[in-house]
Design a protein around this ligand. Structure first.
Ligand code: TRP
Ligand code: ZN
Length: 495
């Protein structure tokens, strides 16, 4: 509720409002206040749609074009930032040329006049550059590959290829249009709404995402791929693509990723309806990890070097609920993504007859000695350097098994279905998740989450509780090595 003083101030503003008074806006904040990445996102506006229209030449890593952003101001704005690294040639705000400068991953735009609060904006940014050499927080993002490039990374990739409000708190719909030379494939999220040769030199691919999408989950994969366009049993567009250079990993990659609709069907029994409008996957031999890009995860070919790996497909597709539809409200909450994706690997293991969640979680707990540095990383706030450490995955997964033990199967599965329903297309925090778990179960759960997420050291009681039967050592589940190998590859993450 507003205080009397604020109401009086508001009244004064109304009484004395004049065109001159409207000219006093203030600059939007350069970041949204993320705990690990202070410059990610921006203040003063909300983006509602990105129209990205680019040309890319794999021979030169030359990227050029225009991004048009539809946004709405959230304050009287004299100046605002976009998160962007590349050289910009012009910026227009509502069709009027604006002043701008770039520094350290921030594109600062100064419109000709102050933009009033609650106003729809059209921001047009033209640019032309080579993305590969840029670094943000010391990290590389864009990856040049032998036949193209990958705009695939976490927690940041947008600044290497389009200007954005780069934080999961500001989701938007996307049209990604990318022209490449004939014979090159250009892949992105959602549905392929058009593909057309526009000149002897260029073929343009138009992709569309119609559900709210975080900027880092919007991807580009350009190169030589075998693209398969199909329809899933539920009628959704299913697009998969396999790098021409996958070699002997190719068949196992296909035998895994082609099962994406089955994986989504199994996961939706636990987590509720699949939240998006298309499905698929891309396998590339240069990526080095896997990422849960919305509607279309991207996998390195190495995930399939020991044969089929449906476990990583379950992991990435579980992120469609936990990570993509419900995103982290702050990057320190990363266990809400990785712990759930790990738990989905346990559930998939059960479906495959290779160990129940209780067995996999118990074996993981038993297998890591108490003096292992693993137990010093806190999944609930691992620190920027440990954001994707093993503990975020494995201790995160064990945390959910400990919750299941504490509240029982019935409440547990109601919680994991309710969370993506309550938070669909938004963001969540651990505090909110604990509150939901307590509400659904009627139990006090602070101690459990404090022990598993926020206390250094190996919890004295394992994920299945302290009864002798629950805590009995189990034989190594059939899925264990695969799950561990997945996490090692995933945690290796970015460079
Ligand atoms: N979120 C990814 C997954 O678990 C893994 C990941 C961690 C990652 N760090 C990354 C992916 C950096 C790309 C870049 O599926
Ligand atoms: Zn993951």
């Amino acid at each position: 509720m507003k205080s009397p003083a604020l109401i009086a101030a508001g009244l004064a503003a109304v009484l004395f409002a004049s065109p001159a008074a409207a000219a006093t806006g203030s600059p939007g904040a350069p970041g949204v206040g993320d705990s690990y990445y202070p410059l990610d996102g921006n203040g003063g506006y909300d983006a509602t749609h990105y129209d990205i229209r680019l040309n890319y030449d794999p021979a030169t890593d030359h990227l050029s074009g225009t991004t048009t952003i539809l946004a709405r101001t959230t304050q009287d704005l004299s100046e605002f930032n976009l998160d962007f690294l590349l050289k910009v040639s012009s910026v227009r705000v509502d069709n009027v040329a604006a002043d701008f400068h770039t520094a350290g991953g921030e594109l600062t735009v100064t419109p000709k006049a102050v933009l009033p609060k609650d106003r729809d904006l059209t921001i047009v940014v033209r640019y032309d550059d080579t993305p590969e050499p840029y670094r943000l927080y010391g990290y590389a993002g864009w990856q040049k590959t032998p036949t193209g490039a990958l705009g695939v990374n976490e927690p940041q990739i947008a600044p290497w290829w389009y200007p954005s409000n780069d934080h999961p708190r500001d989701k938007a719909t996307f049209d990604v249009s990318i022209a490449v030379p004939p014979g090159v494939e250009a892949l992105s999220n959602g549905v392929l709404v058009n593909k057309q040769q526009t000149s002897p030199r260029w073929v343009r691919w138009n992709w569309r995402s119609t559900r709210p999408q975080a900027p880092y989950l919007t991807f580009l994969a350009i190169g030589q791929y075998d693209v398969r366009q199909g329809t899933a049993p539920d009628g959704q567009t299913l697009i998969t693509a396999y790098g021409d250079d996958l070699g002997d990993n190719g068949p196992a990659a296909r035998a895994s990723v082609e099962r994406t609709p089955e994986v989504l069907d199994v996961l939706s029994r636990y987590f509720g309806p699949y939240p998006f409008e298309a499905q698929g996957g891309v396998v590339d031999s240069s990526l080095g990890f896997a990422l849960e890009n919305q509607t279309r995860p991207v996998y390195d070919g190495a995930f399939f070097r020991a044969g089929t790996n449906t476990s990583v497909v379950a992991h990435e597709n579980a992120h469609q609920w936990f990570g993509d539809s419900v995103s982290v409200d702050d990057w320190k909450e990363i266990w809400l993504n990785e712990g759930f994706a790990t738990y989905a690997e346990y559930l998939w293991s059960d479906y495959q007859g290779e160990g129940t969640p209780a067995e996999v979680a118990q074996f993981t707990y038993d297998n890591i000695p108490a003096d292992d540095p693993f137990w010093q990383v806190l999944p609930g706030d691992p620190g920027e350097q440990n954001q994707f450490a093993d503990a975020v995955y494995d201790r995160g997964g064990m945390t959910l098994q400990a919750l299941r033990t504490a509240v029982g199967d019935d409440a547990f599965f109601r919680i994991v279905k309710q969370w993506p329903q309550d938070k669909q297309y938004g963001t969540g925090t651990t505090t909110e998740f604990v509150a939901l778990a307590e509400k659904v179960s009627g139990k006090q759960l602070d101690d459990l989450f404090t022990t598993w997420l926020y206390t250094p050291g190996k919890p004295a009681v394992g994920p299945n509780g302290q009864s002798a039967a629950a805590a009995a050592a189990t034989a190594k589940p059939g899925s264990y090595d695969q799950i561990q190998q997945n996490h090692q590859l995933l945690a290796a993450g970015r460079k």
